[in-house]
Design a protein around this ligand. Structure first.
Ligand code: NAG
Ligand code: NAG
Ligand code: NAG
Length: 538
């Protein structure tokens, strides 16, 4: 009995999951927020930039962050209507800090020459300088200032803002969120940075990785809190504000740190965030399902524009890390599995971001067969490795050591002055309904009518597949006669083979929506007819 009850409960959960996905897809269709993606290039098997631009165009993403103004990349995004955040290489900071003439000449060659065909909205000067290149810390703001002066001269300063991405380690304290404070060894530099941002209207750019906060301290940090899932959450003892996800807590720690230095109106831009879909066996949370959950919930979070407990209604833009799995990225194995796409342009998992009014650019993916992909042989990174590896985990904000002296609560949100004019955020992404699979609908090709099938995903746990199979043939209402003894698809008599037949029957019956091929992450859409000797997949 207990077993049946469990199966029923698990079936209910599956249904709830499927409904949730469908609801989420509808919500995404109505969304208006600003989601972008980081296009890193530390892979020796990535598509050429023109193909990358086409790939982005096949999605609803219209904001891309690149790590340096590579000529081919700048040209590939010309006339695409895609807005770029362009990295200014760390190696150029010392030169740019010397004079406005140096900055103007750099801008002319690397940025202005491509405009307006290529739309540049923001320069990201260096990457995580205060934590990763402390020797350049004192030159960072002078370089940014010279760039800004040069932009004014070139009359580009209203279109192009200037920022610099930070590791969250710039905070000495991040919990409770209201006690957020910058590291004391960078007080002078941070003060001049905030003054610069407040004057020029640029955002403070911070890379937020709830994944590292979790994986660094899984005993104390709840996975649900990091994944924006239902969780008890935490309450800030100073403000009484309740937090039910880690990103809110991390954002408020940064708002509080700026508040503490007297800056109330500088917007935060999430310059990187993401979750790996694979890693080594100890990186337990690095799974396709968690990566999909994090990024789907992130998109939902950003597009809802609800703001944080400390700053309700305050919008943030977020750039997902990363567009591709990059096989030359140094660091732990998970570093090479942050991508939304494989190098062959197939989706690693579904995110519902396909623009279904544009022609499909790729074929349906085979998602990673293993949760823990086999190690990739990492070639020696190129001399100019950029961006630096994410080696420093973001500080966990949950749960915290209690502060020795509680910081005074920041003023109630309502007390903040109205936001000053900040740079126009990238245009909202208009998501056309209905939301199809991120893995685009396969193109019609000879021998294939454009039909898709749903089969069990290799590498899924047998227990999960069994649960999903029970659901499909039970409450799911799929016709499973073919896999019963004597049925055309009974042999081979294995759970995985039977599940493929049942999943497909369910998927076809409900109209081949991607959310009809989820089954708790154990199923995958294919463009190849899986029929075999006598067993026909309709
Ligand atoms: C400040 O201290 C942190 C932590 O010890 C260190 O990682 C960082 O490099 C230092 N930054 C500077 C600019 O000295
Ligand atoms: C969890 O937090 C407690 C209290 O802050 C600390 O003593 C302990 O070391 C932490 N556990 C781990 C695994 O870090
Ligand atoms: C979708 O694609 C069509 C055709 O290429 C294009 O006109 C439209 O702007 C795209 N929409 C989005 C939101 O990307």
């Amino acid at each position: 009995m207990a077993g049946i009850q469990q199966l029923q409960i698990s079936s209910c959960l599956r249904i709830a999951q499927l409904i949730l996905l469908a609801v989420l897809a509808v919500r995404l269709a109505e969304a208006t927020g600003n989601i972008g993606v980081n296009y890193g290039t530390l892979g020796n098997n990535l598509p050429v930039p023109t193909q990358v631009a086409q790939l982005v165009l096949s999605t609803t993403i219209r904001n891309v962050k690149i790590y340096n103004p590579d000529q081919a990349i700048m040209q590939a995004f010309a006339n695409t209507n895609i807005k770029l955040v362009v990295g200014v290489p760390t190696e150029s900071i010392a030169l740019l800090a010397t004079s406005t003439a140096a900055a103007q000449s750099w801008l002319q060659t690397n940025i202005a020459a491509y405009m307006p065909a290529t739309q540049v909205t923001l320069l990201a000067v260096g990457n995580e300088i205060f934590t990763n290149s402390p020797n350049l810390a004192s030159q960072l703001v002078p370089a940014m200032t010279n760039l800004h002066t040069a932009l004014v001269t070139l009359k580009l300063d209203t279109q192009v803002k200037i920022g610099t991405p930070h590791n969250l380690q710039i905070l000495e304290k991040s919990y409770p969120p209201s006690s957020g404070a910058f590291r004391s060894n960078i007080t002078t530099e941070v003060k001049s940075l905030l003054e610069f941002l407040a004057t020029t209207g640029g955002p403070i750019m911070v890379n937020f990785y709830p994944y590292f906060a979790y994986s660094d301290d899984p005993k104390n940090v709840s996975l649900g809190f990091a994944l924006f899932q239902a969780d008890a959450g935490v309450t800030d003892v100073n403000t009484g504000l309740h937090y039910n996800n880690m990103l809110d807590a991390q954002l408020d720690a940064v708002y509080s740190a700026m508040e503490r230095m007297g800056y109330h109106n500088i917007p935060i831009l999430i310059s990187e965030t993401g979750w790996p879909s694979g890693g080594d066996p100890l990186e337990l949370a690095a799974t396709p399902a968690n990566a999909q959950t994090y990024n789907l919930n992130l998109i939902k979070y950003v597009t809802a524009n609800k703001g944080t407990p400390l700053r309700p209604g305050t919008m943030v833009d977020a750039y997902i890390f990363a567009l591709f799995n990059e096989n030359m990225k140094p660091g732990s194995l998970s570093e090479r599995y942050f991508g939304l796409f494989n190098p062959d342009k197939t989706a690693v998992y579904n995110l519902g971001l396909v623009n279904n009014t544009s022609p499909p650019a790729t074929v349906v993916p085979a998602p990673p067969a293993n949760i823990y992909p086999p190690p990739i042989t990492v070639p020696a990174p190129p001399a100019n490795v950029y961006p630096p590896p994410i080696t420093v985990p973001a500080p966990a904000v949950y749960p915290p050591p209690a502060p020795a002296v509680p910081a005074p609560p920041p003023p109630a949100p309502a007390a903040y002055p109205p936001p000053v004019a900040v740079p126009a955020p990238p245009a909202p992404i208009v998501l056309p309904p209905p939301i199809p699979v991120m893995a685009p609908v396969p193109p019609v090709q000879s021998g294939n009518s454009g039909k898709t099938w749903c089969v069990a995903k290799a590498g899924s746990s047998e227990a999960d597949v069994t649960n999903a199979l029970t659901f499909a043939c039970g409450e799911g209402g799929a016709d499973c006669g073919m896999i019963q003894a004597g049925g055309a698809c009974y042999n081979p008599n294995s759970v995985v083979s039977h599940a493929s037949v049942a999943f497909n029957a369910y998927y076809q019956k409900f109209g081949r929506n991607y959310w009809n091929c989820y089954f708790g992450g154990t199923a995958v859409i294919t463009i190849t007819d899986p029929s075999f000797s006598g067993c026909s997949f309709h």
